[in-house]
Design a protein around this ligand. Structure first.
Ligand code: ADP
Ligand code: MG
Length: 692
């Protein structure tokens, strides 16, 4: 890391174990939440707040009891706590409390021997919980309560087992108490003045322990502004580095020639998209910067191949980057099959190739003897050089961080850029993420696709579902079984579960079938091997985790069972389901779930109703809310801690303006005034993680 240029009077970065109540063990738990030190803790903003400041009367709470909402009631305990011992060792503690108006309600607690000591007859408390009105009148079961002065809004942090939110709050309190009086604010004073933003010290205090709703809003606005300003600064600087003269200019459009190589007829949308891309590259004005957006199965790969073919025919080298090895391999297989016979050399580079294979490929690419290099993010590693990289394509671009996309482009000299995505992103948001960029949409599915039928059943129908799979296998087709298990970071108990489930399937429901297992913990080469066997029809069923979610294309697979379907979001289910219905056969998707809550049922019903990715994305947006929907998985931007790109649009506009002004006066962010911003920008983009 670069040495600090300025001595900023900043928040000290102190290991958490030096704070009261935090030992080695608890520090470890903080670590698990991604909080390694005191400064990170300050930026660990509450997930939500409990408002203890608005108490209502018992009558009001009764009138609103139907809603099941949590409320606060200030009341005096009017009787001694009684305990009743139940069979099985349980104890119920109960008492009564009355509010100012003399209206009373019952309080019940289970198995908490401290209750009689904590609730004193004649003392006043605020009780926070749900009020039920039953046969015996109003009652609160296991409410939280506080006796002190509790006119306050209490932060609720995302917690983990052994480290409840209250514990986190106690440490935050200590860190806040140590903030220097004259602490330096990363936002320069003139920006704070112009946009009427509060000082960082005030903002941090109020975001954790707000005095009231208003001060909380003031703090939040300021922190959102700061975060979006830094995001915008980072994006502008990345773009600035890439800006430059026109890329290589293509002479001729060869896309029609390419389409004639295919066994199928391209859709009008594919023809149009490829032509738009080639036109960009022939214009000679500036390098192409285009997003190709198309629902799963709309045929984006063929468009990419058409564009690469045209580039190669014009003597221009290109690179195609995919987020997983499976996908890179698949693209390599299908594209090289088409292009090699035309004398176009296609290479593959992935992390799991042997050192010798990699070296060989790199040499050929550097010599310009590979026209199109396909690979994973191995393409952006050091030592990969291109003779003259003129076109860069990123598939499923949202899986990459912004800096990864930039890194590939940096291997060429102002190359043309095409990014492909299945996520329908609103145009306004796309412009923010990609800056000034053109969009082609594949709004048409290839001909002859038979719509996928989707069913939602409970586990009682599992046997029938698997019989249905076997029927299709008997007809020569293949299928997927998706289990929501074994992803990076999940515990090994789950790993065993998926593996033993795969085994039990081949002995049980799928006896007699050739069953393969694919999961994220397998080595690249192992994954490829299983995938290859499946693609070649040597396996009938692939039991897989969500690693098949992205891009996998085996048209002979016509049926998919999704176990524990409730554990997936709508967009993810849509991506998964997109693995079937890719050929000429009727395809099916069976969602198995026993969860019956409204949100789940509505989600799974939506899947049964429509296969339209745009409709599903809209529904997803409605059900999950924008913050969640446009998480980093969708756009590859660094994770936002507090800002919500959709709902904080008005702040974003201001931050955009501020970012332009700052960079106009100080393009390198090298002044003392901007030192804090420079540091934060660097930190945000360093932290942008590689997604794979
Ligand atoms: P995605 O847009 O999800 O990346 P793919 O590019 O993987 O979709 O294409 C899905 C399948 O459709 C592939 O098997 C591909 O060969 C086939 N395909 C693409 N375009 C057409 C077309 N115009 N007609 C018929 N099949 C097509
Ligand atoms: Mg694809």
């Amino acid at each position: 890391m670069e040495k600090k240029k300025f001595d900023l009077n900043k928040i000290e970065s102190k290991p958490l174990k030096y704070f009261k109540g935090v030992g080695e063990k608890r520090a470890e738990l903080f670590n698990k939440l991604g909080i390694g030190s005191s400064d990170a803790l300050l930026r660990y903003y509450p997930r939500e707040y409990e408002d203890w400041s608005k108490c209502i009367s018992v009558d009001e709470a009764k009138a609103n009891a139907e809603s099941g909402e949590i409320c606060c009631i200030r009341a005096t305990v009017s009787a001694q706590v009684r305990s009743v011992f139940l069979k099985g060792g349980k104890t119920i503690y109960s008492t009564r409390a009355v509010d100012d108006a003399g209206k009373g309600f019952r309080l019940t607690f289970f198995n908490n021997p401290y209750i009689p000591k904590m609730l004193i007859q004649g003392s006043e408390y605020v009780f926070r919980g749900k009020l039920f009105v039953g046969k015996n009148g109003a009652e609160m079961t296991s409410p939280m309560f506080d006796g002190g002065d509790c006119n306050k809004i209490v932060p609720v942090y995302r917690s983990t087992e052994g480290l409840p939110s209250r514990q986190i709050a106690k440490v935050v309190e200590q860190v806040l108490a140590e903030l220097p009086e004259d602490m330096c604010d990363p936002l320069p004073a003139h920006i704070r003045a112009k946009y009427k933003l509060c000082h960082i010290r005030y903002a941090l205090n109020q975001i954790h322990f707000p005095d009231d709703r208003e001060t909380l809003a003031t703090a939040r606005d300021r922190l959102v502004f700061e975060e979006l300003l830094i995001l915008q600064l980072g994006l502008l600087r990345l773009k600035g580095r890439q800006r430059g003269a026109a890329g290589v200019v293509l002479e001729r459009d060869f896309t029609d020639e390419f389409w004639s190589l295919l066994t199928f007829k391209p859709t009008n949308a594919q023809v149009r998209a490829a032509r738009e891309a080639v036109r960009d590259m022939m214009s000679g004005e500036r390098p192409m910067s285009r997003l190709l957006q198309g629902d799963v199965g709309s045929g984006k790969t063929a468009v990419a191949a058409a564009v690469c073919y045209t580039a190669a025919k014009n003597g221009v080298q290109s690179a195609l980057m995919a987020p997983t090895e499976i996908l890179a391999e698949q693209h390599f297989r299908s594209i090289s099959e088409l292009l090699e016979p035309c004398g176009i050399h296609v290479g593959l580079l992935t992390g799991s190739m042997t050192a010798a294979q990699k070296r060989n490929t790199k040499e050929l690419a550097a010599l310009g003897m590979i026209d199109l290099l396909i690979g994973t993010h191995a393409l952006i590693s050091d030592g990969v050089e291109f003779a003259s990289l003129g076109l860069v394509i990123t598939d499923e671009q949202h899986r990459f961080g912004v800096n990864q996309r930039g890194a590939l482009a940096a291997k060429g000299k102002n190359p043309h850029i095409l990014v492909m995505s299945a996520t329908p992103i609103p145009r306004t948001l796309a412009l923010i993420i990609y800056g000034d960029l053109d969009i082609s949409v594949l709004d048409e599915m290839p001909e002859g696709r038979v719509p996928i039928d989707t069913f939602f059943v409970d586990s009682g129908k599992r046997q029938r579902a698997y019989n249905f799979v076997k029927k299709h296998i008997a007809e020569g087709r293949q299928g997927y079984v998706i289990c929501p298990l074994v992803e990076e970071g999940e515990n090994s108990g789950d790993l065993k579960a998926a593996m033993s489930y795969a085994e039990s399937l081949s002995d049980g429901y799928l006896s007699g079938c050739r069953v393969g297992l694919l999961h994220g913990r397998m080595k690249g080469a192992e994954k490829d091997e299983v995938m290859r066997q499946f693609a070649e029809g040597k396996l009938d069923v692939l039991v897989s985790t969500t690693v098949v979610e992205v891009g996998v294309n085996v048209p002979n697979a016509v049926i998919m069972i999704i176990e524990n379907a409730e554990r997936f979001g709508l967009s993810q289910l849509h991506q998964l389901r997109g693995r079937v219905g890719r050929g000429k056969w009727k395809s099916y998707c069976i969602l198995i779930s026993d969860v019956r809550n409204d949100a789940t049922v509505s989600r799974l019903r939506t899947m049964c109703k429509t296969t339209d990715g745009f409709a599903i994305a809209n529904e997803d947006l409605k059900q999950r809310g924008p913050g969640d929907f446009f998480g980093s998985r969708q756009h590859g931007l660094p994770d936002m801690k507090i800002a919500d790109i959709m709902t904080d649009m008005h702040i974003f506009t201001m931050a955009q303006e501020a970012a332009k002004d700052v960079l106009h006066d100080d393009p390198e962010l090298s002044s003392r005034e901007n030192a804090g911003l420079a540091e934060e920008t660097e930190r945000l983009f360093d932290g942008a993680r590689a997604m794979n």
